[in-house]
Design a protein around this ligand. Structure first.
Ligand code: FMN
Length: 204
């Protein structure tokens, strides 16, 4: 059975457009027998990375204080969830021209040298290969394919850094332009979403 990690980052939790689309894909995959882990970064925010946390992440196991052990254990929990997932479904709203700060904080907790990536002679190599990711990008304006799309390249690069290179984006854009634009865009995103659920996606 496949394991899906649904990772939502809308400040509106279930009510966000990105989370709604992510949930619709997950419902279809779940209908085919997948196990689902859901992490809602609005309900359960990950703290910002700071010097103390980073020092704990890079500390050697034998020398950790009990405080550092707790910080590492929290990050390890997030990493374990990510490692368990065969499929990652990410809800990605655009806020103030970038990704939600909660998602950045999550990324900062799962990018761990020696755990999710490693340094080699040829540079960094991701350790989370073999996964598939779907990203539902919801935006008030129109950015896809333009230099003002600050999210697609960044998220693709970040996931690739961890070894997750099979990534498919679905866009719901123009949501704040007009009701007609919103309706059209959400309908197109749902069409794209339905096309994603192919037999190979859901095969156990
Ligand atoms: C605080 C805030 C900031 C926003 N900033 C932008 C922006 O910079 N560009 C944009 O196109 N839309 C912006 N929007 C609109 C959101 O991208 C849009 O509402 C989208 O549906 C958000 O995803 P969600 O519904 O999953 O939360 C913003 C919305 C909020 C609430």
């Amino acid at each position: 059975m496949k394991t899906i990690l649904q990772l939502d980052s809308s400040i509106f939790s279930d009510g966000g457009q990105s989370s709604t689309l992510a949930s619709e894909l997950v419902a279809q995959l779940r209908g085919h027998g997948a196990e689902v882990i859901r992490r809602d970064l609005a309900r359960d925010p990950v703290p910002h990375l700071d010097a103390e946390r980073f020092a704990a992440f890079i500390s050697s196991k034998e020398k950790r204080t009990s405080g550092q052990e707790q910080l590492v254990a929290y990050s390890d929990g997030l990493v374990a969830e990510l490692k368990r997932a065969d499929v990652i479904v990410l809800g990605l709203p655009m806020y103030n021209f970038g990704l939600p700060s909660t998602l950045k904080a999550y990324f900062d907790h799962v990018a761990r040298a020696g755990v999710t990536f490693k340094y080699t002679d040829k540079g960094a190599v991701g350790l989370l290969g073999g996964k598939k990711a779907y990203v539902f990008a919801a935006r008030g304006g129109l950015y896809q394919g333009t230099p003002r799309d600050t999210q697609t390249g960044y998220v693709r690069d970040f996931l690739a850094f961890l070894g997750i290179t099979d990534v498919q984006f679905v866009y719901a854009e123009g949501l704040a332009i007009s009701e007609a634009s919103k309706t059209r865009s959400l309908a197109a995103a749902r069409n794209a979403l339905r096309a994603l659920v192919q037999p190979e996606t859901i095969a156990a």
